[in-house]
Ligand binder design. Structure first.
Ligand code: SF4
Ligand code: SF4
Length: 85
């Protein structure tokens, strides 16, 4: 499922690419992942989704807050520096 964040600013509405805010990003170790769904529930931007029976991150909207890494009890997610070209 693709989610687009739409924010009202003044009288108009804008799609906000919250992924552009990120200075760090989550990386998920699929071998450690227990598929509990906690990261999906806690992600404030709805950027965690399931595909091919794996939990994944939509980096277009992940803002790099680190909540998923903090809440993962399996230590399957680490935050790494975002490198932009
Ligand atoms: S919280 Fe951790 S173990 Fe649970 S689905 Fe997310 S990455 Fe996997
Ligand atoms: S870092 Fe924050 S925004 Fe990105 S997937 Fe994790 S909880 Fe969601």
């Amino acid at each position: 499922m693709k989610i687009e964040w739409i924010a009202p600013i003044g009288k108009d509405r804008y799609i906000i690419k919250t992924g552009e805010w990120r200075y760090q990003k989550p990386e998920r170790n699929q071998e450690k992942c227990k598929k509990c769904g906690t990261c999906l529930i806690y992600c404030p931007t709805g950027s965690v989704y399931i595909e091919d029976d794996e939990y994944r991150t939509d980096y277009e909207f992940c803002k790099g807050c680190g909540i998923c890494a903090s809440e993962c009890r399996a230590d399957a997610i680490i935050m790494v520096e975002e490198v932009r070209e």
